[in-house]
Design a protein around this ligand. Sequence first.
Ligand code: ASP
Length: 338
Amino acid sequence: MYNRRKFIQTTALSAAVVTLNKACITKNAITNKPIVISTWDFGVAANAEAWKILSTKGKALDAVENGVKVAEADVNNQSVGYGGLPDRDGIVTLDASIMDHLGNCGAVLALEQIKHPISVARLVMEKTPHIMLAGDGALQFAIEQGFKTENILTENSKKEWEKWLKTAKYEPVSNIENKLYDKAAPEKLPGNQYNHDTIGMLALDSQGNLAGACTTSGMAYKLHGRIGDSPIIGAGLYVDSEVGGATATGVGEEVVRNVGSFLVVELMRQGYSPEEACKEAIKRIVKKKMSSTKDLQVGFLALNKNGEYGAYAIQQGFTFAVCDSRKQDLIVKGKSHY
Ligand code: ASP
């Protein structure tokens, strides 16, 4: 029989632990701001742009938008924005989301023909009563807001898609990035490009405000209309100014199933460090999937209110870039489950 006394004791104890953990988060004065972190090696160039804003006392929200735009505009980056690999029908569809320290957020899903989906997501946040716009509606909104439509499928990405078509089954390969990634010799692939997709960025500005942005062309050769985790608030991105922010990369379906970024932030609220929180979230994904995680990649990146950061991934090879007053081009190898 359930013992009421025990319940009260347990509850009191949990409350004490939570209070203690909250104290851990708030006790330390903010020590490391401004700071910006982002996923993968291509985060270095994106952080540099964000740093121009942060280092001159600019806002975290402006920093993350302008930062990830560097990756979106990079023609050699085949997993974000312009030049991204298309879906199985040869159409590039982009997902992006943005969130500020007040909990405001905006997202676009499966947006076509627009080079900078993150800026459209920001306007969804600022100019509409909604959070998400998808497909044709998102495109219509972007055009109304003055965005120029253009062909965002580059010759290079088109050629790769045509090559893929020759052997492809009429279904997406859900972990294409790991399949294409030559683990034995990652340097053979320019910039390890196939192993990574989304750019997720988190920034803490000199006022102590947090913001995050996340943008991707999603899984290469996905079914037309497939949406990943990146534009789903709580999955690919989450920011809570009381605690910190988190973002995700890798197979979006697994991130959505576990509401990954929200989970990481909630774990930090309970007192986990950013790295511990990412590790625990990865552990839950691995536990649910059991042995089928061998070829699955998911990585989380987190930044807390004190400017402390951490990351964790299922597979080796996940990197992230850090930029603060001490170091502007740091690339950190994320720890991993395998
Ligand atoms: N999370 C992205 C998606 O599922 C892709 C990635 O980051 O690898 O669309």
